[in-house]
Design a protein around this ligand. Structure first.
Ligand SMILES: C[S@@+](CC[C@H](N)C(=O)[O-])C[C@H]1O[C@@H](n2cnc3c(N)ncnc32)[C@H](O)[C@@H]1O
Length: 296
């Protein structure tokens, strides 16, 4: 009779042989997802070498492991991605939120809390919202924040709306999902934002990501920022952020680890931005531009 431990070891080995970056973790998640149990339970059951549960759907597990061996993202197979305190629905057509963006969301949350404290209300706009990872985190973690989320892909918008609707009523009612181009969306707003946060596409066209999970499964519109340096879309979004923000408002824009100086130079060349800074992620890499909108 197979045990949870033998099944976990065999699955881990198959994933490792396929070059999956974290085979043990992914094997646990796939087994837990198939058995409808928590990953922590699988770890414990494997350590105790419990018997494999009778009636568990082995064909389904096999099908899911094969998809992962073919380097389909784990999150597409489970349909879930975790971001800060959120469990988000994801699938083909929407960008899978990344851990480094949690730090970007954290900076937006801090800026929103500061604005709320100073002004008694706060409006936040998440441009290029994807699954809603950043915008929904802000609404969840800043109790009174009114959050608008702008997304240009119809496929991504389906997930954005699903995730917004899945929130508790008190959060859901403060979220607005807008279908539009973040480079030109001003007329869809009737008042100024205190904080604009964005994780735009910024990968240069010749820097095709190596991991098949990214290269084959993340939507190209979510990755490539156009122009030789991948910054054509981010620069246009920065210009729109300037129009969306009130004087004294803050923009926070995620970028690639080599794009800090170029984006800083662009912001500094404009009379509309002051206090232009680059902040790093948890690995110490340049990760986001922060700037304050000034009046001229
Ligand atoms: C890197 S993903 C970020 C998604 C999400 N904010 C996150 O951090 O997980 C970029 C997103 O921007 C969207 N997008 C690309 N160009 C856009 C544009 N011009 N206007 C609005 N959204 C755009 C893509 O469809 C994608 O969902």
């Amino acid at each position: 009779m197979p045990t949870v431990g033998t099944r976990l070891r065999a699955t881990t080995q198959r994933l490792a042989e396929a070059g999956v970056p974290s085979p043990y973790h992914d094997a646990i998640v796939l087994i837990a997802h198939t058995l409808g149990l928590e990953p922590s339970y699988i770890r414990t059951a494997a350590a105790r070498d419990d018997e494999w549960p009778p009636g568990a759907d082995l064909d389904l597990l096999e099908a899911r492991v094969t998809r992962r061996v073919d380097r389909e993202p784990l999150q597409h197979i489970t349909g879930k991605a975790y971001f800060r305190s959120l469990e988000l629905q994801v699938g083909p057509g929407v960008f899978i939120p990344r851990p480094e963006t949690e730090v970007v969301a954290g900076v937006a949350i801090a800026a929103a809390r500061e604005a709320l404290e100073m002004r008694g209300s706060v409006r936040v706009t998440d441009l290029c919202a994807g699954s809603g990872a950043i915008g929904i985190s802000v609404a969840t973690e800043v109790p009174e924040a009114q959050v608008s989320m702008v997304e240009a892909s119809e496929e991504a918008l389906v997930y954005l709306r699903l995730n917004a609707r899945a929130q508790p009523a008190d959060v859901r009612t403060r979220l607005r999902s807008v279908y539009g181009d973040a480079r030109n969306c001003l007329r869809q707003f009737d008042s100024c934002a205190d904080v604009v946060v964005t994780n735009p596409p910024y990968v240069p066209i010749d820097a095709v990501p190596r991991d098949p999970e990214v290269a084959l499964h993340d939507p190209p519109q979510a990755l490539y920022g156009l122009g030789n340096d991948g910054l054509e879309v981010p620069r246009a979004i920065l210009d729109e952020a300037q129009r969306l923000l009130r004087v004294g408002g803050v923009v926070i824009m995620e970028h690639g680890d080599e794009q800090g100086p170029a984006l800083r130079a662009y912001a500094e060349s404009s009379e509309w931005w002051d206090d232009v800074r680059t902040l790093t992620d948890l690995n110490g890499r340049d990760r986001m531009l922060v700037a304050t909108r000034v009046g001229v």
